[in-house]
Ligand binder design. Structure first.
Ligand SMILES: Cc1ncc(COP(=O)(O)O)c(C=O)c1O
Length: 390
């Protein structure tokens, strides 16, 4: 409907802005699990809510429009979306993935898909030659996550898509960190975009949800079939929460990104910080590429302290961010990847990916950035005190 509008406006003005039956300006929550059929021979649009539900349809249409796709799917979690997308594969197939993929995806690929006879190779996706070398005759999917979690590496989306087309593979991209507000992979030729909508799309740390979007008609039909077959759909209350979160996506991303840039630049000058990972920094190896393929750098950054003890001291003294698994919320979230998002990854694998014991990830929320920095400054003073005594 709203092809001519910017994403910012489309978030609010889409085909579900007003309920056609009542004029309600909030999508009605349709709890029915089943639907009466008025005609014995011809069934209506809806028959059973796993297969289709008007409330879920509203979210699926919204995310499809925002990503520039034709078919959206809402799942019970980001992992449900990712797992369902992987069901497009069959026994004997092979996947090439970015080596610093989200820990849950790593677990799915290494401990579940292998059992089903689906093999994988992890590569440094910032290196296209390495991606090309890993492709085998049975490779079906090149799987991207960019910026990657938690070291914020940038993959050349167009480069990977070209390789995939050359080798007749599909491309999947986990767009959780940037959302369609900042990056629209389908426009760069990606086949399936995946989201943990638990993060920026939901935005309020109050719902677990996943989304998948494709532009391709055939893939759309296959994903619809898999969503109904596997059944990991998003419930309608949660759909409503995601729809409400989505309305403010643009302002939240904009504010979080500004804060992330400010904080990342400030952290560079903090003596306790050994390294800062943020694609918005000019010397980040993916900075220029990111500027070309996306509209921003996102609201997540990571930084490395000396060791686990320094991290413990910092976390124990910081007051504003919550210390928690997850990211992408109105409140800033500080996470410890080694024990949280990447706990499922063996230590050697983790460290090989740069996820060392001193690494912290920060998802910048809607607080005043100066107040976050003041809070961190006070906590760094405690790190200093402790490290000096070691
Ligand atoms: C990049 C990324 N993808 C996928 C997931 C999985 O999503 P969910 O926790 O909603 O299942 C996460 C969760 O942290 C994530 O950070």
């Amino acid at each position: 409907m709203s092809e001519q509008y910017s994403l910012q406006t489309k978030l609010l003005h889409n085909e579900h802005k007003v309920d056609q039956a009542t004029g309600a300006v909030s999508v009605p929550i349709q709890h029915a699990s089943t639907f009466h059929q008025f005609d014995f021979d011809t069934f209506g649009t809806y028959d059973y809510s796993r297969s289709g539900n008007p409330t879920r349809d509203a979210l699926e249409a919204a995310i499809a429009e925002l990503e520039g796709g034709n078919h959206g799917f809402a799942f019970a979690s980001g992992m449900a979306a990712i797992s369902t997308a992987f069901m497009l594969l069959s026994k004997g197939d092979h996947v090439v993935l970015t080596k610093d993929v989200y820990g849950g995806t790593f677990r799915l690929v290494t401990e579940v898909l292998t059992r089903l006879g689906i093999d994988h190779t992890f590569v440094d996706m910032t290196n296209l030659a390495e991606v090309a070398a890993a492709i085998r005759p049975n490779t079906r999917v090149l799987y991207m996550e960019t910026p990657s979690n938690p070291t914020l590496n940038i993959t050349d989306i167009h480069g990977v898509v070209s390789l995939a087309k050359e080798h007749e593979c599909l491309t999947f991209l986990d767009n959780t960190f940037l959302t369609p507000a900042l990056q629209r992979p389908l426009e760069l030729g990606v086949d399936v975009v995946l989201h943990s909508a638990t993060k920026f799309i939901g935005g309020h740390s109050d719902v677990v949800a996943g989304l998948a979007v494709t532009k391709d008609e055939e893939l759309g039909k296959k994903l619809a079939f898999l969503q109904n077959s596997f059944g990991a759909i998003l419930g309608v209350q949660d759909v409503w929460l995601v729809l409400r979160g989505l309305k403010t996506l643009h302002v939240r991303m904009e504010h979080g990104e500004k804060g992330a840039q400010q904080i990342a630049e400030w952290l560079l000058g903090v003596p306790e910080v050994k390294r800062v990972y943020y694609p918005g920094l000019k010397d980040h190896p993916g900075h220029e590429l990111q500027k070309r393929q996306a509209e921003g750098f996102g609201a997540v950054l990571s930084f490395e302290l000396e060791n686990e003890e320094a991290v413990r001291r910092f976390v124990e003294h910081v007051k504003l961010p919550v210390f928690a698994v997850s990211l992408g919320a109105v409140e800033s979230i500080l996470s410890y990847p080694a024990k949280m998002s990447h706990a499922a990854m063996p230590k050697e694998e983790r460290e090989a990916r740069g996820i060392r014991d001193g690494l912290l990830r920060l998802s910048v929320g809607l607080e005043k950035p100066e107040e976050l920095m003041a809070d961190f400054k006070a906590a760094f003073a405690h790190v200093r005190g402790k490290v000096e005594h070691l």
